[in-house]
Design a protein around this ligand. Structure first.
Ligand code: ASP
Length: 450
């Protein structure tokens, strides 16, 4: 039995949904189908999730929501008309959206979670309805009924295992199960959504709980590429990689698969395949526990991401001051900030973090507290950094790899601001200025792939 998940572009229109149905019906093992909300039909289109966020924000601001609500209904209406579905499905969707938008708004986060989830929830109902209309035994199952349980607030949303036994029973239900991605329910029945792109997580949880033989993740590219095709011309396709490699790449900027989606499948050893709805006969990328390493190819992919800031702290004899690092990180923790890397020297320490978390006030408070409480000689916060990450399990057994990477970067004239190699040696991170990102990525790709 396989679990397959279809992303936003795969379910954006009637034409795409017909392709999805062809794919599902072409293999009897495709039993559980997880769907996203309708995504973009063209590059200048808007995702239904974004329409729903706009609708929810209008409601919270006390503005008239009629136009924004009609925009969402219109997206489903155009799909339903082309699929020749009965009018009642649109009535159901309209009623559902009205109920959500009129619901209690006292907790704004939970209100917005419910609005966002409407995209996948209604799409799953619509797709199940279409399957039934063409004579296929299929049923919509909601995460509440199915048992997709998540933790309570204020913790960041993640699935909890208490619902797994119920989820496992999905495989014994009759016909095809159409399950909405992106959200679950707490034990008290409160809806919470995962973060953006979170339908990948739902698919992985279902594949793990049902013990699927394969988790197929259908998107709009033939495979995962060794580097971003928007930056590097014709990058190589990756045929096979390990869970660890995919996790590192997803975390470092590869948006093709959510970085939190690997763990459930990995824990239950369910292989994952990334495939293209628009070209389903292409083999795609397989993600597995172990793969044969090619000594000539120590690097499997190169990711790059911008939006990093560095907090640089200098203090003479810091190395002898017990607890200095802890106290510095405590200040960040007090501001609710998470960090990515902490390279350090004898008298200095840097903390690299994602700068979207840093408001002007937080920045001022942090600088003031570090200076006064830690009695530092110098402290500064700089933005505008990118991290470029080489990923590959084969790197562990390769000498001279850092030297090759560093000289490729040097050849572009870019200055390396930071190097970090985790002890697992699955990834090697270079901190550079964002203005150098494109040329560095191209130079590294040339070095390791051309
Ligand atoms: N629809 C949601 C988003 O746009 C979740 C998903 O597609 O995975 O982020």
């Amino acid at each position: 039995m396989k679990v397959c998940k279809f992303g936003g572009t795969s379910v954006a229109s009637a034409e795409q949904i017909k392709k999805v149905v062809d794919i599902v019906l072409s293999d009897k093992e495709r039993k559980i189908v997880v769907v996203s909300a309708p995504g973009k039909r063209s590059s200048d289109d808007t995702k239904v999730t974004d329409l729903l966020i706009a609708l929810g924000e209008k409601a919270l601001a006390g503005e008239n929501v009629d136009g924004a609500l009609a925009d969402v209904v219109a997206r489903y209406e155009s799909i339903a008309e082309e699929l020749e579905l009965e009018e009642s499905i649109i009535d159901t969707i309209r009623k559902d959206l009205k109920e959500r938008v009129q619901a209690d708004r006292s907790d704004e986060v939970l209100f917005m979670d419910s609005m966002k989830a409407a995209g996948e929830d209604n799409n799953a109902k619509l797709i199940a309805n279409y399957l039934q209309s063409i004579g296929v035994t299929a049923n919509y199952v909601s995460p509440k009924e199915g048992g997709l349980l998540v933790n309570e607030r204020p913790e960041r949303v993640r699935a909890i295992p208490e619902g797994d036994d119920r989820l496992a029973q999905l495989k014994d239900k009759e016909g095809i199960i159409v399950f909405p991605g992106f959200f679950g329910f707490t034990k008290n029945g409160t809806l919470r959504t995962f973060n953006r792109g979170g339908s990948d997580i739902t698919g992985s949880l279902l594949a793990a709980a049902t013990g699927a033989s394969l988790y197929e993740n259908f998107t709009d590219v033939d495979s995962v590429f060794a580097a971003n095709p928007m930056v590097v011309d014709n990058p190589e396709a990756i045929d096979e990689m390990t869970y660890n490699e995919m996790r590192e790449l997803a975390y470092a900027g590869f948006s093709v698969f959510h970085d939190e989606a690997l763990m459930p499948a990995f824990r239950k050893s369910v292989p994952v395949c990334i495939k293209n709805t628009n070209n389903p006969s292409a083999p795609g990328t397989m993600i597995v526990a172990e793969r044969k390493k090619d000594p000539a190819r120590p690097v499997v992919g190169i990711a790059a991401d911008d939006g990093f800031a560095t907090l640089y702290v200098d203090k003479y004899l810091m190395n002898q001051e017990v607890g200095f690092g802890r106290r510095l990180l405590q200040i960040l923790e007090d501001e609710g900030l998470s960090f990515e890397h902490t390279p350090s020297g004898i008298d200095n320490m840097s903390v690299i973090l994602r700068d979207h978390q840093l408001t002007e006030e937080k920045e001022q408070r942090i600088l003031h507290r570090v200076e006064t409480e830690l009695q530092t000689d110098a402290v500064q916060l700089k933005r505008g950094f990118s991290m470029v990450v080489l990923v590959g399990e084969g790197m562990r057994h390769t000498t001279g790899l850092t030297a090759r990477a560093a000289s490729a970067i040097a050849s572009t004239g870019a200055n390396i601001q930071m190097i970090n190699q985790g002890s697992s040696e699955v990834s090697l991170v270079f901190g550079i200025l964002t203005e150098d990102e494109t040329k560095v990525l191209r130079a590294l790709y040339n070095e390791f792939f051309n």
